[in-house]
Design a protein. Structure first.
Length: 487
């Protein structure tokens, strides 16, 4: 097996045994990126100087006989929405094309403290607004399973890089499915943690009550390793929750006997791709075979999820993105006559079509005369959706459903139909609205050899249960071992 194909834990074992160096692994990954990324277009920028400096430091520690952690010397990719000190952070937007943060986000700092190697920043839908990575202000990322198809979004660069072995693992962010849906499209593992489990400090905000950082990895064990690294209370984040973080690797048991699995009627909808339905139901049957108890449940307010999300998320986006006006940082238009013209010209040139669409919608639902009719009503129904999950979890331990209603669709297929694009996240959005954790793992392939994801949802701060169930499935199937044709 080539070095670029390794998982975090496999590379760690080789580093500890001194069978390979971190520099060798980093060099191999950069060769892989140069070979593949002209077609995949996962990276927006590379940080080779910093990466080799870090890998050499780890190699010196190993040579001195010092003990190293699981992430030490491991080359990782970062979604370009996470602030990195001294390295451009664009959020996939022209308005921040030349923005260089003066600080590291908390998760970036935690990875650096564990001596991880940062390869570069990964492409994304502009300000995390999209389901296909076609809304990037710089380039479209391609799915390594079929270069004519989208990798999902908004963390499409992270998922594509992990699937194409252009990094050992990556971090993404999930506002309405933006880790899980691209993980499903690209045949990798993606976890959206409980809201408040991982600090959002240094995550450029899209929708503050929904955004969450999480791992995108090649297997479930790597997901547990990254969760150990990035989880925990942070006083710099007012939404961070001060609860104990377990060792998630202790949750990796190949056993689901007696676990109660809920199957929501509302998630198996008309119009779902038949290959998706078949693969997910076959996966559920396997859990029955392994001793889990499967029962039907109802989440009755699911039908309102997409409408609620696109009121709340756009309202928060309208507020969060008001800061990009050409005054303090980012793009400033030239040739304006007064302050209002500077504002309007800067935002017109700096933001893409989808971001403008969401700002306009969010401003509308927050405006005088419409706040009560839209935003307040959406917030009330969001509370009912949380109650649906709370009631369901009185009956079951986890909930299973498809991650996305279809496999990856063709590039350009839904660009002119925003509503069809928004429906790509119909199965993932409820998790963000409720603030609960969820993971997507590969569970099958379509007749066109495109990956299909199984979504497992859990109780607040019960990521360990999700990892246990996902690990059991992974250990007893081989879907995660298959490589994209481009590889």
């Amino acid at each position: 097996m080539e070095l670029h194909q390794l998982t975090i834990h496999e590379l760690h074992d080789l580093l500890v045994k001194k069978e390979v160096t971190s520099r060798e692994a980093t060099e191999t990954l950069y060769r892989r990126i140069r070979e593949m990324d002209g077609r995949i277009k996962a990276y927006l920028m590379l940080t080779e100087e910093e990466a080799f400096h870090q890998s050499d430091q780890v190699d010196r520690k190993i040579a001195r006989g010092e003990e190293i952690g699981y992430l030490a010397g491991v080359p990782l990719g970062l979604k370009d929405i996470l602030c990195t000190k001294g390295v451009r952070t664009t959020c996939g937007s022209k308005i921040l094309e030349n923005y260089v943060p003066f600080y590291d986000g908390t998760v970036v700092r935690k990875l650096k403290e564990r001596d991880a190697v940062m390869l570069g920043k990964l492409n994304m839908d502009e300000f995390a607004m999209g389901s296909s990575t076609e809304n990037s202000g710089f380039q479209i990322t391609h799915n390594p399973w079929d270069l004519n198809r989208i990798p999902g979004g908004s963390s499409g660069g992270s998922a594509a890089a992990a699937a194409a072995d252009e990094c050992i693992a990556a971090l993404g962010t999930d506002t309405g499915g933006s880790i899980r849906q691209p993980a499903s499209c690209c045949g990798v593992v993606g976890m959206k943690p409980t809201y408040g489990r991982v600090s959002r400090y240094g995550l450029v905000a899209f929708a503050s009550s929904l955004d969450q950082i999480g791992p995108i990895t090649k297997d479930v064990e790597d997901c547990a390793i990254l969760m150990n690294a990035i989880s925990g209370y942070d006083p710099y984040d007012s939404t961070s929750v001060n609860v104990e973080v377990p060792d998630y690797r202790q949750s990796l048991m190949n056993d689901v006997k007696g676990i109660r699995i809920g199957i929501p009627d509302e998630y198996f909808i008309e119009g779902m791709d038949p290959d998706v339905e078949k693969s997910v139901k076959e996966a559920i049957d396997l859990f029955k075979k392994w001793g889990a108890e499967v029962r039907r449940i109802s989440l009755p307010h699911t039908e309102y999820a997409v409408a609620i999300y696109y009121i709340i998320a756009t309202a928060e986006a309208s507020s969060n993105l008001a800061r990009y006006d050409g005054v303090k940082y980012g793009l400033r238009s030239k040739g304006y006559r007064d302050l209002m013209e500077m504002y309007s010209q800067t935002r017109a040139k700096g933001f893409g079509k989808e971001v403008k669409r969401r700002i306009i919608l969010g401003t509308y639902v927050l405006s005088a005369g419409y706040y009560e009719a839209y935003y307040r009503k959406a917030s009330q129904v969001r509370t009912l959706m949380r109650s649906d999950f709370e009631e369901a979890f009185r009956q079951v331990d986890i909930i299973m459903a498809p991650t996305a209603p279809t496999p990856a669709f063709r590039i350009g297929e839904k660009v002119e139909d925003p509503l069809q694009m928004y429906l790509s996240d119909i199965h993932t959005i409820p998790v963000n609205l409720a603030g609960i954790p969820a993971i997507s793992i590969p569970c099958g392939f379509s007749h066109e050899n495109l990956p299909i994801g199984l979504q497992i949802m859990g109780k607040h701060f019960d990521e360990g249960m999700l990892l246990r169930v996902a690990y059991t499935f992974e250990r007893n199937t081989d879907f995660h071992l298959k490589n994209p044709p481009i590889a």
